[in-house]
Ligand binder design. Structure first.
Ligand code: FAD
Length: 537
């Protein structure tokens, strides 16, 4: 690492002017979701000069609407897609073990045996979990990180989930990976890319893409300029097909509810609820780390037609999720327990048919080349972002004459001294062994002098957040009653995490906006922080 990982309004303004002035880069990445940020990091770490253009904010698309799990691909295993399941398990192990231990934690999941869950379903679930554990071992993830599955007695199940139906007769306990927050993962990847010299431009829309560059428009000033690039990677998720010809996607909507933890009597593990009438379909409820909230998901509905900026859950999906989870609980939650709901669109690769269930579509990813040379990386999932990025950058390098992309790092863009790889051919992928900003082994994280909630969000940077609150006591206050986020977290987001407005603060750097009532109450604090730190310097 050589450049600063701090993203803010002042840096953005300086870099966009320099990029416009210089007019070229080795690689232009379009889209600042987990895929685009991953590509920017991969390429910058190999020594390429990279510009990432995101038309809105980091993680403003699907990457903030996920279930926030880094999962081992149990679902793919059930469909016989062993290769995808193994890839998921391997990437999960890398993220939890080295890349982002601070942003992940092992999540216990319980599959309770309630009346209606027959012997056949129990045996099938047990076999699936055992197979997933074989993949965990094959991927080299230790039991210390993710323990193996086991049977639970009825008493154990009741202790872990006090709100379970009294007639539960036992269950299965398994473990998977949970993110503190998906949007924070994206921001951490983008900042790490910036620390390797990538230029991260939010509010910068790309259009008129070709294999040699694109038109970039600064959405804050309205000014446009053409950026020439050695290669262009389209990582625009569900919008990818709008930017280049020949990319056929079949978006699928997934909806989650946000419920109060009280509706579950204090949930200490995730719950897996079978969907009545389906052998291989489940709804889950997972506790939100550090908050008294539970996410309940997940639907899988074809979302053909125009792609909305912010997808909306339908009333039918909300009822479906409540019904599925209610079957497990003594006192079913009602509409009054729902604090919020959110939906996202999976950028699934179409199978050529515009009909049928999206649940049956594969979750594989692909790197596609359009006739005019733009590479599109699409499909996949959050857990496999690193592998998607590696494949995309490998594809870029495979198309170039040897040494054509000669590691002109962003230092050259900014006129600063160039990095150690400048003038050298781009190197091999380095991200398997590259920790994100704030990452450290668990034993180091355990000693970081800051509250555990902050360490789970900022890792080794947590003391900097505490220091902001120490210097400005008003920043030590929670931004609203019942919301644990403090003003110092918002100030850190403005100074170091590229937050430019209230939406960035409340909807992506923090997830206060997932509960609309909380968002309303936190607006004043966010506005005040932005007023005090208008330039982010
Ligand atoms: C409901 C749901 C739950 C999920 N849960 C999980 C999970 O728990 N674990 C998991 O591993 N995966 C999960 N996934 C899958 C995962 O979330 C997605 O595969 C992933 O987030 C896609 O990221 P992306 O970067 O490709 O797309 P996006 O996050 O959508 O990013 C694309 C970006 O491109 C930008 N853009 C578009 N057009 C332009 C333009 N012209 N110029 C510049 N920028 C542009 C957009 O603003 C957007 O920010 C889930 C998906 C859904 C829908």
């Amino acid at each position: 690492m050589s450049a600063s990982p701090s993203l803010n309004a002042a840096r953005r303004a300086g870099e966009i002017a320099e990029v416009a002035d210089r007019g070229r880069a080795d690689l232009l990445v379009v889209g600042g979701g987990v895929t685009g940020a991953g590509v920017a990091l991969d390429a910058a770490a190999r020594g390429l000069s990279v510009v990432l253009a995101e038309r809105d904010d980091l993680a403003s698309g699907t990457s903030r609407w996920s279930s926030k799990l880094v999962h081992g691909g149990l679902r793919y295993l059930a469909r016989g897609e062993v290769g995808i399941a193994y890839e998921s398990a391997a990437e999960r192990g890398l993220i939890m073990g080295r890349i982002a231990p601070h942003l992940t934690r092992p999540l216990p999941m319980i599959y309770p045996w309630v009346p209606g869950v027959g012997r056949g379903s129990r045996a099938l679930a047990g076999a699936g979990l055992a197979a997933a554990d074989v993949l965990r071992r094959a991927a080299g993830t230790r039991r210390r990180t993710l323990p193996g599955p086991r049977r639970l007695t009825a008493a154990e199940a009741m202790v872990t989930v006090p709100a379970l139906r009294r007639d539960v007769s036992g269950g299965l306990l398994s473990w998977d990976g949970q993110l503190t927050d998906d949007a924070r993962l994206v921001v951490a990847i983008a900042r790490t890319a910036a620390s390797h010299g990538a230029v991260i431009l939010t509010r910068c829309e790309a259009s008129d893409l070709t294999g040699q560059g694109a038109l970039l428009t600064d959405r804050l000033t309205g000014e446009s300029f053409r950026l020439r690039a050695g290669a262009v990677i389209n990582a625009a998720g569900v919008w990818a097909g709008q930017l280049v010809a020949g990319v056929r996607l079949r978006p699928s909507r997934g909806t989650h509810l946000v419920l109060s933890d009280a509706a579950f009597g204090g949930l200490r593990a995730g719950l897996i609820a079978p969907v009545p009438g389906h052998r291989n379909r489940f709804v889950f409820a997972v506790p939100v780390p550090g908050e008294a909230r539970v996410y309940v998901g997940l639907t899988d509905e074809p979302a053909d037609g125009p792609v909305p900026d912010v997808p909306e859950p339908t009333p039918g999906e909300i009822t479906f999720l409540l019904d599925a989870v209610s079957g497990l609980l003594e006192r079913p939650p009602g509409p009054g327990d729902v604090l919020g709901a959110f939906a996202g669109l999976r950028p699934l690769l179409g199978d050529g048919e515009a009909t049928g269930s999206t649940a049956d579509l594969s979750r594989r990813h692909a790197v596609l080349t359009s006739p005019d040379g733009v590479l599109t990386v699409v499909g996949g999932k959050l857990t496999t972002y690193r592998r998607m990025a590696q494949d995309a950058v490998d594809a870029v390098l495979a198309r170039q004459p040897p040494g054509a992309l000669r590691g002109q790092r962003a230092g050259q863009l900014t006129g600063q001294p160039v990095g150690p790889l400048a003038g050298q051919p781009a190197g091999p992928c380095r991200t398997r062994r590259l920790p994100l900003i704030g990452a450290a082994p668990p034993q180091v994280l355990a000693k970081v002098p800051a509250p555990a909630r902050l360490v789970a969000r900022y890792g080794t940077e947590a003391p900097e957040v505490c220091e902001l609150a120490r210097r400005e006591p008003w920043l030590a206050e929670p931004v609203a009653d019942g919301v644990p986020v403090t003003g110092a977290e918002l100030a850190f987001a403005v100074r170091h995490e590229g937050a430019l407005d209230v939406g960035d603060l409340l909807d992506r750097r923090t997830r206060i906006g997932l509960v609309p009532a909380d968002r309303d109450r936190a607006l004043a604090a966010a506005t005040r922080v932005l007023g005090v730190l208008p330039t982010g310097t």
